[in-house]
Design a protein around this ligand. Structure first.
Ligand SMILES: *[C@@H]1O[C@H](CO)[C@@H](O)[C@H](O)[C@H]1NC(C)=O
Ligand SMILES: *[C@@H]1O[C@H](CO)[C@@H](O)[C@H](O)[C@H]1NC(C)=O
Ligand SMILES: *[C@@H]1O[C@H](CO)[C@@H](O)[C@H](O)[C@H]1NC(C)=O
Ligand SMILES: *[C@@H]1O[C@H](CO)[C@@H](O)[C@H](O)[C@H]1NC(C)=O
Ligand SMILES: *[C@@H]1O[C@H](CO)[C@@H](O)[C@H](O)[C@H]1NC(C)=O
Ligand SMILES: *[C@@H]1O[C@H](CO)[C@@H](O)[C@H](O)[C@H]1NC(C)=O
Ligand SMILES: *[C@@H]1O[C@H](CO)[C@@H](O)[C@H](O)[C@H]1NC(C)=O
Length: 742
């Protein structure tokens, strides 16, 4: 009555994607430090060599219901998943992640497992196979591989054809779950059956319970009707449109600055590597009060002016692991007069100001500093309640002592609005003169402490404050009627002339799209997708308050045309300064249209010559924004040194000129790059129906392809395919497709 489970598990077993580094479970013949053997009824060889040369696999033979069970001396709640390689009879094994006990995970939920070869399995804690339920909260500390009775299979996944859609010149992408019969799939183009010449199946690492199969048709797509039938009664129907024309001009190139693919606050080294993040910023409102002596910050107006321990720990350590992971770094240097004195104080105690509009529900004595009518409490609070003094001497001492040097420093963050975000330490509005003086003194200190560092400032929050200060328009009037940023550039140039040394390397601005897309209905999504034109189109009147505002004296100021406008100001007032966008966002991190906006913006940053850009903030690695980074930059998906995917590549280092026959940037983004003679393309269909293109000069031949969106949704889909013909390329609805010649 003994069912025997014989499994070989390849090292490294590991828990991946944590807040910091991956955690080993088993390496080289032994459990990693901190793990205990709690197995029962099981013969284990921790140094098995059956299927994997060397010491790095273990074998386990269990009696019925017995288990290979490993327990962490601690909890693994902060980890996002568990990865291992498995060979054995999957129908005899189930996994659980045990303490309060998770749902059983039948290994049959993973495709491709066999008794003769090792296959990688990734257990995603946010969606346990096969049901997709999250691991949930609990004190998670144990991983069990449990044998079933007599090899009985406890669960089967209902086989389903989830979607089938045309992509590229001749591919049908079919997503499925469970053991579907792919031989039932039939394709008809304009009523004629089309032969399927090749099928390639792929299961993405982050969504192992779903599979995509690419059918290569014997014939390229043409306009007309496409009908795909699958199984007994599933049909997917498309109307393939007429082509739209364009061309790429491969010899006409301009270098793309690699530092445009950045984020604020990446979560881990593997996050940086999976998404190919090139620039990482330590920034935001809280770090204005960062005290390196104790690593305290203050949330300011974002959360009841409360001190706390820095979310990312010590800046020096952060700089160390971020650069070790392969990203350049931006560090914010506080430039007001105070930093947090501890991890617990707050600025507006109820005991001092009983009449406030709101108090922290978790800390009822901490108020938001506002009276019930919305005005700030008076008199202003004593900064010493939460803060300790800060100045350039302390900043210099800190920067000089850093073990890990930043590549760029920001001179503080959005201090033009400190009189609201940091009302507790700087209640008076910051004027043109004060902001300039703070940038100059702290940039001087930073460059004395770190001779190779680049300075990026003034990190202005928004369109309104690009042109004026919190003092108001009288401040412009007092400065030759100049708007703020042009005046600031002019003054920084004058300073260079005076001291013989450049203090400002990057003009740094923050950019948040102003149109209101919060309804997130069809109209709001279409607006979101076309508003990326505000980054470059001089004729695109902003679909926001900007179109009716008249306070600044900038030319053509109903349109934003952000990048060329800023480059023009730089050329006029301080040539040689680079342009950085230290914060920007798509307006919808969880929506596929936010992912498409991000893919579009990354293409625009490259084409129009932005020098550095960092998304605010920490896009979910597996959500739409993370997928846009992966689209351009995702390389080999590495888990603890083992490449899970052998293919992958970056968008070309040089932007190729693109010309479309019609102006359709509102519904279609198209970017071409080239590097070492290989062309790369990103196509973004912002429409809710498929679009088709004839782009001349696209070379035929073999391409690596990645995509997200459309009917196949949020996942890292990829394949290789031969482009037979460039006269009809289909991009599915709401889809971003990356192609690169191999
Ligand atoms: C692990 O536990 C199992 C079951 O108690 C036992 O048979 C085995 O010898 C243990 N292995 C090691 C290396 O401690
Ligand atoms: C396809 O078949 C349908 C129904 O039989 C017919 O109405 C349609 O005209 C045909 N289309 C073509 C392109 O032949
Ligand atoms: C046919 O489709 C219906 C509705 O989608 C579904 O409930 C049924 O199970 C399907 N039948 C078969 C045999 O697949
Ligand atoms: C709110 O109340 C305070 C105190 O009474 C007053 O000084 C202030 O002007 C009021 N603000 C507004 C916006 O009415
Ligand atoms: C900064 O503060 C320290 C401590 O009070 C003081 O010794 C130092 O002179 C100050 N530096 C400047 C530039 O004011
Ligand atoms: C720029 O925006 C204007 C106004 O919406 C539009 O008419 C024009 O086609 C756009 N230009 C391009 C190149 O898309
Ligand atoms: C099918 O396509 C894959 C991916 O391009 C390729 O590796 C494989 O050789 C192709 N198979 C056939 C039979 O053409």
């Amino acid at each position: 009555m003994h069912s025997r489970l014989r499994a070989a598990l390849l090292a490294p077993l590991l828990l991946a994607w944590a807040a910091s580094a991956d955690l080993d479970v088993y390496v080289d013949g032994a459990l990693a430090s901190g793990w205990e053997n709690w197995s029962w009824g099981t013969t284990i060889n921790f140094a098995a060599t059956d299927l994997y040369s060397g010491l790095s696999s273990l074998s386990a033979t269990s009696d019925a219901w017995s288990a290979l069970s490993i327990k962490l001396e601690g909890l693994f709640n902060t980890y996002a998943g568990f990865s291992f390689d498995f060979a054995g009879d999957p129908s005899a094994v189930q996994g659980t992640t045990d303490n309060a006990q998770s749902a059983y995970i039948p290994l049959t939920a993973f495709t491709g497992l066999s008794t003769t070869k090792l296959t990688t399995v990734v257990i995603d804690f946010s969606a346990l196979a096969p049901t997709g339920t999250p691991l949930g909260s609990g004190a998670w500390d144990r991983l069990n591989f449990q044998a079933l009775a007599n090899g009985a299979v406890s669960i089967t996944v209902t086989p389903l054809f989830l979607s089938a859609e045309p992509i590229g010149n001749d591919l049908i992408a079919i997503t499925t779950q469970g053991n579907v019969d792919l031989s039932t799939v039939k394709v008809k183009l304009n009523n004629a059956s089309v032969t399927i010449s090749n099928t390639t199946t792929y299961s993405p690492v982050d969504a192992p319970a779903k599979t995509i199969t690419y059918f290569t048709l014997a014939k390229s797509f043409t306009s007309g009707s496409l009908v795909i039938t699958a199984g007994t009664n599933t049909t997917f129907t498309y109307s393939l449109p007429a082509v739209r024309y364009g061309t790429i001009n491969v010899p006409n190139v301009k270098a793309i600055n690699p530092y445009i693919y950045g984020v604020n606050w990446p979560t881990s080294a593997s996050y940086i590597q999976h998404l190919g993040v090139t620039m990482s910023r330590w920034g935001g409102n809280a770090v204005t009060a960062y005290n390196p002596s104790g690593d305290f910050t203050n949330a300011g107006a974002d959360w009841y002016f409360e001190n706390r321990v820095s979310d990312a720990g010590k800046a020096d350590d952060w700089l160390g692991w971020v650069s070790a992971a392969g990203s350049k770094t931006v560090l914010t240097v506080p430039a007001l007069d105070w930093v947090s004195k501890d991890s617990t104080s707050y600025s507006f105690p109820k005991t001092v100001y009983p009449n406030q509009a709101a108090f922290d529900p978790y800390k009822p004595d901490a108020g938001n500093g506002l009276l019930p009518n919305g005005s700030y409490v008076t008199p202003p609070t004593d900064p010493k309640l939460s803060y300790t003094p800060w100045n350039t001497t302390l900043a210099k001492k800190w920067l000089t002592g850093l073990v890990n040097k930043p590549d760029i420093v920001n001179i503080d963050n959005e201090i033009e609005i400190a009189s609201s975000t940091h009302y507790d330490m700087h209640p008076n509005p910051i004027s043109f003169d004060e902001e300039l003086s703070r940038v100059i003194t702290f940039a001087t200190a930073a460059k004395e402490a770190l001779p190779n560092v680049k300075v990026a400032a003034p990190s202005t929050c928004s369109w309104w404050f690009y042109w004026t200060s919190a003092v108001g328009l009288t401040d412009n009037a007092a400065h030759y009627n100049m708007d703020f940023l042009p005046w600031f550039l002019q003054q920084m140039k004058a300073k260079e002339t005076a001291i013989g040394k450049r203090l400002l390397d990057y003009l740094d601005i923050h950019y948040y799209f102003q149109p209101d897309t919060s309804a997130n209905d069809a109209a709001a999504k279409a607006l979101r997708l076309r508003m990326t034109q505000s980054l470059w189109n001089t004729s695109y009147v902003d679909e926001s308050w900007i179109a009716t505002s008249n306070y600044n004296s900038q030319p053509n100021n109903k349109a934003v045309w952000l990048i060329p406008r800023m480059q023009q100001l730089i050329n006029q007032y301080y040539p040689g300064t680079k342009l950085s966008i230290g914060e920007w966002a798509s307006t919808a991190d969880g929506d596929i249209t936010g992912g498409l906006v991000t893919a579009d913006a990354l293409g625009i940053f490259g084409r129009y010559g932005v020098d550095s850009a960092t998304y605010w903030a920490t896009p979910d690695e597996k959500g739409p924004i993370g997928l846009a980074y992966w689209l351009y930059r995702g390389r080999v998906h590495v888990i603890f040194g083992l490449p899970l995917h052998t293919y992958g590549t970056y968008f070309g280092a040089n932007s190729v000129q693109v010309n479309m026959a019609e102006n359709i940037e509102g519904i279609f983004g198209f970017y071409a790059g080239v590097e070492s003679g290989k062309v790369s393309l990103v196509w973004i269909n912002k429409n809710t129906v498929p679009m088709a293109f004839y782009i001349s000069n696209i070379p035929t031949g073999k391409y690596f392809m990645r995509h997200f969106g459309g009917a196949s949704g949020n996942a890292k889909w990829q394949t290789t395919s031969v482009l037979k013909d460039n006269t009809y390329t289909v991009i599915p609805a709401y889809t971003a497709l990356f192609m690169k010649q191999v």
